[in-house]
Design a protein around this ligand. Sequence first.
Ligand code: ADP
Ligand code: ZN
Length: 213
Amino acid sequence: MRIILLGAPGAGKGTQAQFISEKTGAIPVSTGKIIRSAVKNGTPAGTIAKRYIDVGRLVPDEIVIEMLKERLKEDDCKDGYILDGFPRNISQALALDKMGIDIDIVIDILVFDSDVVERLCGRRVCDNCGATYHVDAKPSAKGELCELCGGILITREDDKPEIVLERLRVYHAETEPLLRHYNAQIKLRTMRSFPTVEDTAKGVLAILGESAV
Ligand code: ADP
Ligand code: ZN
């Protein structure tokens, strides 16, 4: 099973990808995480990517598409995956179609712009494994440390308010047109993002149930 999660930054895609993974066994694949790990490792692609991430822009398609291709070749992806953060514009969607990848379902998680800034400012990310938390909606049981690996929880540079506004602008201009693309393929399901992870997950479950995936 192959699922795409769409939605603005802060919609909760990463958290719901994790939830869907636990329910279905499909593997979460986040291009944001892949890119950040390349940045951290100081690879040539990561060094270029950092310039874009830091200002809230999209990393150039060639770089992201290549990274995604490599990731999907890995063994754990063979029984299905949940794409979180890809595609992010029409040309990435066309690249996916060209790779011959048959997507079963595209879930759009709707969130109000006004909620996004507040959510992202409260977001904390594990510096070691990339797991995400939120100070109110999803706090770590270990306080300032990651529940999963004990890593330190940090606020991402691009979760600063002025960068968040730019990411929202880019989302509306470049990513939102994908809704039409996937609606035309009759793959699009839309649901709301609620303040709590559990309520949002109910929407995901309803969609998965009715799609019998
Ligand atoms: P969010 O969805 O909350 O914005 P991500 O972790 O998905 O966070 O992405 C963080 C940043 O990584 C983006 O702002 C962008 O610069 C880069 N990025 C992630 N996925 C892509 C993609 N498919 N194409 C281009 N840039 C991407
Ligand atoms: Zn961790």
